[in-house]
Ligand binder design. Structure first.
Ligand code: 13P
Ligand code: SF4
Length: 305
């Protein structure tokens, strides 16, 4: 079977079996081509809340599949590759946050959506990179403890100076790998290029950028811009996707090391096995855990939607 034939089979089977395929932007292009929706974490959450399919296949990482399950507990939700987790999501646990809450009772806890469902049960509201600034500005409280990504938290803090935002050390190992030295070297190598970065990058990298935003934000900025060259400071798959959507422009990876090994686990073959009912991992969650963790996702959709 060729790749094209496998894609056609996936598309036929998903229609026949009322399956929706949600794909995070960091997945490879062959997977994008069989998707019902491709987007960033916020877009995927909105689609999960809307979809009326019986089965949802989430091509991304575990916290994304758990979010779909929480929003649609009656659906069969499959994570495209059983080992695709997010290291940042597992950096903090409930007990640590409960202790911090005890120490800082006047603070509300805002969690990046890249957290486990257990952790979400002790947080007040979730945000994603594309919704964080808007939601935090709109929240009816001023003292905020932002977890677990201190780089994203710092980026939000600079844009919402009217709120008291405390950060905890944590973050995305993929984006945190990028150094300011690499950003300066990339700018020197491509003096006409604009630097677009994800706010999960370190503050000293984001400070050098012409634009910072979510994966979808970076893509639409590059697509709409009149500039012809761009240095991309997020997972390197975005360099490939942008080069395909804008062949007349040029895209350079800010760092050859900005590769998320978890996002890269899923193959088109995994998606094929999922639609055949012999692959992926079905997400099973206790109803009480769903009820407790979902609260802060509903809050996010209410403030950000
Ligand atoms: P966004 O999807 O919000 O851009 O976040 C990127 C990311 O690292 C997802 O795991
Ligand atoms: Fe997690 Fe970072 Fe990979 Fe996103 S890119 S899944 S935040 S490790």
């Amino acid at each position: 079977m060729t790749t094209y034939e496998m894609q056609q089979e996936i598309i036929r089977l998903k229609k026949e079996n009322n399956i929706c395929i949600l794909v995070h932007a960091y997945q490879s292009h062959d997977i994008w081509e069989v998707a019902d929706f491709v987007g960033d974490s916020f877009g995927l959450t909105q689609q999960a809340a809307k979809s009326d399919a019986e089965t949802v296949i989430m091509c991304g990482v575990r916290f994304m599949a758990e979010t779909v399950k929480m929003l649609s507990p009656q659906k069969r939700v499959l994570l495209s590759h059983p080992e695709a987790g997010c290291p940042m999501a597992e950096q903090m646990d409930r007990e640590m946050i409960l202790k911090l809450r005890e120490k800082m009772p006047e603070y509300k806890v805002v969690a990046y959506i890249n957290t486990t469902s257990e952790l979400k049960t002790v947080c007040d509201v979730c945000v994603t990179s594309s919704s964080a600034v808007k939601i935090i500005r709109a929240l009816p409280y001023d003292k905020i403890l932002f977890i677990p990504d201190c780089n994203l938290g710092d980026w939000v803090k600079k844009q919402v100076p009217e709120k008291e935002i405390e950060l905890v050390q944590g973050g995305c190992p993929t984006h945190a790998r990028i150094t300011a030295k690499e950003a300066q070297a990339a700018k020197a190598a491509h003096p006409d290029a604009l630097l677009l970065v994800h706010p999960e990058c370190r503050p000293e990298v984001t400070a050098l950028a012409d634009y910072a935003g979510s994966t979808t934000g970076i893509m639409s900025y590059a697509e709409k811009s009149d500039a012809k060259e761009f240095i991309i400071g997020t997972e390197n798959s975005i360099v490939q996707h942008l080069q395909m959507s804008c062949p007349e422009k040029r895209f350079y990876a800010l760092s050859k090391d900005c590769v998320c090994h978890n996002m890269k686990l899923t193959t088109l073959g995994d998606v094929y096995d999922c639609v055949l009912g012999r692959g992926g991992q079905e997400i099973q969650m206790d109803p009480k855990l769903i009820a407790d963790a979902r609260r802060c996702i509903d809050e996010m959709l209410a403030y950000g939607g």
